[in-house]
Structure formats: structure tokens, C-alpha cells
Design a protein around this ligand. Structure first.
Ligand code: NOJ
Length: 713
């Protein structure tokens, strides 16, 4: 349809018809109770009204969507198709490593490929919009939703955000196999106080703008079609009714002109927050803030028409919102083909195809992080007795809570991966987390123990925050009993968050962080343990030494009384703790491999950066070992003195390079003035002349540095 045809359509719609376009009903209104993604909303919509909804949440399957779409269109006065939206977070039925694991790949282009594959599967199943990417900056591992984010760093999250959008949407969302993406949760949800889900946030405006908004902005610039509001408050105003956030920052500041949808019942929650007296007031405030779609609450459906009729909301606001939805439907091609790519034939060939399964394995190869290795790994597959202990070793509950549509029968467990790939290995399994005679004696009789520990799917995700993020109940005791029996322990950890593993890591000879590795990701763990795959994952979120350090991030500030990082003990009257170090146990960017990379000293082609010009910073990286590998070469910058304090280091560049054994490559980064901008003392986004330090190395603690200055030319 042309724009003028869309306008004509809009002008022919009644007010109630328009209001219905702004409502999203859950699939359970249409009999789909198998996918529950939020609290039951107690309100009744007569079937006839329900069938005139503009969009449907959590409904999938080509046949089912076709049937419901037909019913909706036959009841809708202008035969306007509904748009079907659902959470395709890290895969539809083929599950890829969790977003936090994808972050650890330090390879944003990988996420583009995974998003592309996820879109193909979901599009074949009739879905039009995915509620992904989730880009909330996560610096508090207690928050269960850090599993859905790519981590703690604004710049890195921004790279993952844009690649996810490109992967889902391609050049044109009308194309076969594409979905419209929805970046979420706008904004600052990752900063919920105390890491407790749905809590409020308290961020300074500068931190919010400089750090938290960066990845959303990248998604908007990449052309994301939808934005979702967040459950939290920003500046004590619930995001879903926050006019400044939505109109001034998102629409005017970031120039976002797509569809803005509330999170699940988040408009109604303004009443619980105490920022609206009733649902009518909540609807009014959300509409004024520019929220186009009310996800599953009764605010819009019951109140928009009277609000307009009573002159409280101008009809033009409703028209603008409806127009944005009509434009999205048109861009998806739904007016010509309301089922888009939904096809039962394609579902059979695309979903869980070999190519996607291989992708899930390749992605896990890059996402798993080797945290410690005192020479124990890789193990020899023959001639040694191995004890594999722990229930997770044969569990399918290691794919993450948002794997809503996963086909369990296709999930490879670690045991099945070992059995299939390494049939000659002498492995004895004790698939229990209980300290039993069998576990202890099996450990005692083995040359090496693989303790398979950590969190299953139920420990992270929405509504899954923890105050104590050590190993789940009983596992520490099991580990200690195994350690008493045999000190040759490799600990394999699953989970959706950095855990506090300070003692476990100390006692283990090797630690492998597997995250939630996806449908075929356990093959990768087996291949890493036996040395077929050289680990290359890096932490995109720090592992705290103690939960008392949280929130923790490498992007910290020096303070007026800085502690020298090399000093281990407590120092009076400087910024440190009596009982734990300032630094996390494992820092951002950290991860080991089976080979050794040697970095040359950083070189700069010049040490003065003129505005409008550039500096080239380079290193040569050599693989000195005998195994091929991949190295994530990282660029960090510090602004040494500015009108406001600046972080000690900020990631500003990344290149993941493949290096065969003995090979060396030169990696260069171009430094420009734009990379040095921040919100200055007057809240202007600009750089300031002066001195900078730049580092290039394998992680955020590298001391391979050079100095340069920025001047006006
Ligand atoms: C609530 C979650 O916060 C959001 O991430 C998700 O997309 C919606 N529910 C829909 O399931």
C-alpha cells in the first residue's frame, strides 16, 4: 500500500477500531495456554472484540497463525491483518547459546548469523515480530535477566545490538525469512536496584545517557522497527508512562519513528508504582508518552475511546500511533500476504535443519570461556579414567528460560556428546548432585574428575534474581567431597550469570564456563575438554569475587583515593574493602586458550589527534603455540582529565582474529575524535582536548599502552 492509501484507510476507521489496533492480546485469549510469559491479567474481553485486536502475543505455528489470522481478518471491519509478535530470544526451535554467552564470543557478527537463522525458523512458523534484542547493560549478576543481555559494556552491547537487528531484519523485513526486531527494554532495566527484578533504578542522568542508552541507540540507528518499554522507573517515573524518556529521548533525540510497545502489562503497573490513580489515568499518561501498543493490559482497550470522547486525549495522538502500526504491517507486507512466510512445508525443512544445528555448535565453540587451566586441559581421550559427576551432565534443562519453543528431543546432553564423539574415553558417570558413596568412590578411582555444576534454566531469566549467587544448594558440598577424594578436578559450569566461584576456582585445576550453550552446544564442551576445539570465549560480564562487590564493572572510576590494584591487602583511608579485593575474580575480556598469543608493543602513527583527523594504533599478535586459535584483540581508551570524571578504561574497538599455529597478524584500529565523546559538564555530547591513554591487548587489564593528545586543528 502507498502512504496515501494507508492514510485513507486510517481516515475511514472508527475510533474504537483505532483503539483496537493499539491493543495486544495474549495468545491465551485465543486458546493458546502453552506459552505463558507473564502474570495472568484478569480482564475479560468479549470474543468479538478480542478478534479485532491489532496484534497477538506468543502465538506460533504456521497453521495456527493462518487460522487465527483468517478469523481476525473476517471480523475486522477493514480486513486489517493482525501482527503476530513473540519472544524469539536465542533461537526458535534450534536454540543458540544464550545472549550472555553470545556476548562472551566477543564476535558480534556471529550474533548476526544466529539472528538470521532464528528469523528464518520463526518466520516459517508464521511469526512477524521478535521481542529481541534485549540490550540492557548488566553489571549486577544477581539480576536474573543478565542472561538475556550481552553484558556490562555499552560499546560491546551496541555492536551486538546492531548485528542482531541486521540479522533479524535484513535489508527489507518484507523479504522471506525476515522478522521485524524489537529492542528492549527502554530503558535502564539492567540497573534495577539490588539486582531485584522489576525494581526501580537510581541512575544519574549522565550515567544513563553515557552508558545505558548507548546500545538502544545503536539498535535504532541499525533501523530497528520496534522498541519495548521497561518495567522499571527512570528518575522515579515508570518507563511506560515516561514522556521525557519516550518523546524527548527516544523519539526526538534518537529519531525513532517506529512502533513503541509497552512491556507486559507495564502500563497498568503504573498504578502499582503509585504514578497513576487508575487504569484510565495510566492509559492517558502512556498515550501522552507516545506508547503505541498496550501489551496485554486493559488500559487501552477499556479507556482510550472515552479518553478521546471526553477530550482528555486528542484523537491525533491515537491516529499517529495507529499510523505507525499500519506502516509496520505494510512494511511486513501483511496487506498483500497476511501470513507472510508462515508455511507448514517450510517449517518441516527449515526448523531444526542440520545447518542451524551446526550453527548452534559453532556458536558454542566461540562462547564457552576457559576460566582456569593449571595444565589439566585438554584431557587425553584414551588411557585415563574420567569421572563425570553431577546431574547437569545428562540434563536438557541447560538451554535457558527463554527457549520457549525448544524441541527437547533434539537437545544434546553432555553425556550424549561424550558418548557420541569420544566413545573410547573411559568415563564413569554419577548423575546426581548428592554426596553419595558412589560419587566419592568414583572420583577416588579416577585420574580426573569432571564436576558438572552450576545453574539450570530455572535460575535465571525473568523473575529469577538471586541474592546469593554461589552454586545452587548442595553443589558446593558435593564439590568439596569430590575434592577430598581427588584434587584433579575440572569444573564445568552451566548458568546464565557470572557466579561467585572464588573457592571452587581456587581448588579446581580447570574451570570451563559453558553458560547455556544451546541445542548442540554440549558437543563444544566435549570438544574443548578433549582439545578438538581451542576455547576463545571472553567474559563480557565480570565474575565478582564476592556478591558484596556488586554492581561491578571494569568501567569503574578512579575515585579521589584510588587503591593500587597490585596491592593485595587492605589499605586504610583509600577506596577498598576490609575483607575482599576491589577487583572481580575474573575481569571483563578475560578468557584463556590452549595456545599462547604474544602481543607486540602498541604503535601509533602519530601521537597528536587533530579534530577531523585520525590516528592509527596497531599491534602485531602472534600465535606462539602449536594449536590454531582465535584471539579477541581489544582496544581501550581513557580520557585522563575532563570536565567530569571519566571511566578508567572504555572499550572502543575489537577484532576477533583467527591465527594458525605460528602465524602472526597486525591488527590496526583507527582512532577518531568521535570515539572520545561523552556528556560533558553542560550535558553536551562532545570530546574535550587533552591527554588520553590507549591500550591494545587481550583483556581490560592489559598494560600494553600508548599516550596521545587531542587538539583543535
Ligand atoms: C515480559 C518481558 O519483560 C519481555 O522481555 C517480554 O518480551 C514480554 N514479557 C513478552 O513475553
Amino acid at each position: 500500500m502507498t502512504n496515501s492509501q494507508l492514510k485513507e484507510l486510517l481516515s475511514d476507521m472508527s475510533l474504537s477500531e483505532k483503539a483496537e489496533q493499539l491493543v495486544q492480546l495474549h495468545g491465551r485469549f485465543f486458546g493458546n495456554n502453552d506459552v505463558i510469559t507473564g502474570q495472568e491479567m484478569e480482564f475479560i474481553v468479549p470474543e468479538e472484540t478480542a478478534l479485532r485486536t491489532g496484534s497477538v502475543l506468543s502465538y506460533h505455528g504456521a497453521g495456527k497463525i493462518r487460522e487465527l489470522q483468517d478469523r481476525i481478518m473476517s471480523g475486522q471491519p477493514h480486513k486489517i491483518p493482525a501482527v503476530f509478535m513473540t519472544d524469539i530470544i536465542h533461537g526458535y526451535k534450534t536454540i543458540f547459546p544464550a545472549p550472555i554467552a553470545q556476548g562472551a564470543s566477543f564476535n558480534p557478527e556471529l550474533t548476526k548469523k544466529l539472528s538470521e537463522a532464528a528469523a528464518k525458523e520463526a518466520a516459517a512458523a508464521g511469526v512477524h515480530v521478535t521481542f529481541s534484542p534485549m540490550v540492557d547493560l548488566s553489571r549486577d549478576a544477581r539480576w536474573g535477566r543478565c542472561y538475556e543481555s550481552t553484558g556490562e559494556d555499552p560499546w560491546l552491547n551496541a555492536r551486538f545490538a546492531e548485528n542482531a537487528v541486521w540479522g533479524y531484519q535484513g535489508k527489507d523485513i518484507k523479504e522471506k525469512g525476515r522478522l521485524a526486531a524489537c529492542v528492549k527494554h527502554f530503558a535502564g532495566y539492567g540497573a534495577v536496584l539490588s539486582g531485584r527484578d522489576y525494581n526501580v533504578t537510581e541512575l544519574s542522568e549522565r550515567t544513563f545517557m553515557d552508558d545505558y542508552l548507548v546500545p538502544y541507540k545503536a539498535a535504532v540507528e541499525a533501523g530497528v522497527k520496534l522498541v519495548m518499554t521497561a518495567f522499571n522507573t527512570v528518575d522515579r517515573i515508570p518507563c511506560s508512562i515516561n514522556k521525557k524518556l519516550m518523546r524527548d529521548i527516544l523519539r526526538d533525540g534518537m529519531c525513532f519513528n517506529g512502533v513503541l510497545i509497552s512491556d507486559y502489562a507495564a502500563i497498568a503497573e503504573a498504578v502499582s508504582h503509585g504514578a497513576a490513580g487508575d487504569y484510565a489515568e495510566a492509559a492517558e499518561k502512556a498515550m501522552l508518552a507516545g506508547v503505541d501498543i498496550d501489551m496485554v493490559s486493559q488500559c487501552y482497550i477499556n479507556n482510550l475511546v472515552p479518553l478521546v470522547e471526553n477530550g482528555i486525549i486528542p484523537e491525533e495522538l491515537v491516529d499517529e500511533a495507529v499510523m505507525r502500526i499500519l506502516i509496520l504491517k505494510n512494511e511486513l507486507g501483511l496487506f498483500e500476504n497476511p501470513y507472510k512466510d508462515g508455511s507448514e512445508e517450510d517449517e518441516k525443512t527449515i526448523i531444526l535443519c542440520d545447518e542451524h544445528k551446526k550453527l548452534s555448535r559453532d556458536a558454542a565453540n566461540e562462547s564457552i570461556v576457559l576460566l582456569k587451566n593449571d595444565g589439566l586441559l585438554p584431557l587425553k581421550a584414551k588411557g585415563k579414567k574420567i569421572a563425570v559427576i553431577g546431574s547437569l551432565a545428562d540434563s536438557k534443562k541447560i538451554i535457558g528460560a527463554w527457549s520457549l519453543f525448544a524441541e527437547k528431543s533434539h537437545i544434546i546432553t553432555l553425556k550424549s556428546a561424550f558418548d557420541e564423539l569420544y566413545p573410547d574415553a573411559e568415563i564413569t558417570y554419577v548423575l546426581s548432585d548428592n554426596i553419595c558413596e558412589e560419587a566419592v568412590s568414583t572420583a577416588k578411582n579416577a585420574d580426573t574428575v569432571i564436576a558438572v555444576l552450576g545453574e539450570d534454566d530455572s535460575f535465571t531469566g525473568e523473575s529469577a534474581s538471586r541474592a546469593d549467587i554461589t552454586l545452587p544448594k548442595g553443589q558446593t558440598e558435593l564439590f568439596n567431597a569430590l575434592y577430598e577424594a581427588n584434587e584433579n578436578i575440572c569444573t564445568v559450569l552451566y548458568g546464565g550469570r557470572p557466579l561467585v566461584i572464588t573457592e571452587i576456582a581456587e581448588k579446581s585445576k580447570a574451570v570451563v564456563m559453558a553458560w547455556f550453550p544451546g541445542t548442540c552446544g554440549n558437543y563444544s564442551i566435549a570438544d574443548i575438554i578433549f582439545g578438538k576445539v581451542n576455547p576463545s570465549g571472553r567474559l563480557s560480564m565480570s565474575f565478582p569475587y564476592s556478591a558484596g562487590q556488586l554492581p561491578v564493572s571494569y568501567g569503574r572510576f578512579n575515585t579521589g583515593r584510588p587503591k593500587d590494584d597490585s596491592v593485595k591487602h587492605f589499605v586504610q583511608f583509600v577506596s577498598n574493602y576490609l575483607d575482599v579485593p576491589n577487583l572481580p575474580l575474573y575481569h571483563f575480556g578475560y578468557g584463556l586458550s590452549y595456545t599462547e598469543y604474544e602481543y607486540s608493543k602498541v604503535t601509533l602513527d602519530k601521537d597528536v589527534l587533530n579534530r577531523g583527523g585520525s590516528i592509527t594504533a596497531s599491534v602485531t599478535v602472534k600465535n606462539k603455540g602449536s594449536m590454531d586459535g582465535m584471539e579477541a584483540v581489544q582496544l581501550y581508551i581513557r580520557d585522563k582529565s575532563a570536565s567530569v570524571v571519566r571511566p578508567l578504561r572504555e572499550l572502543r574497538g575489537l577484532e576477533k582474529v583467527h591465527l594458525s599455529a605460528g602465524e602472526e597478524k597486525t591488527v590496526s584500529f583507527i582512532i577518531t575524535e568521535e570515539m572520545l565523546r561523552f556528556y560533558d559538564i553542560n550535558m553536551e555530547y562532545k570530546s574535550e582536548d587533552g591527554g588520553f591513554t590507549l591500550w591494545i591487548g587481550p583483556d581490560c587489564m592489559t598494560d600494553n599502552s600508548e599516550e596521545f593528545i587531542l587538539t583543535a586543528d
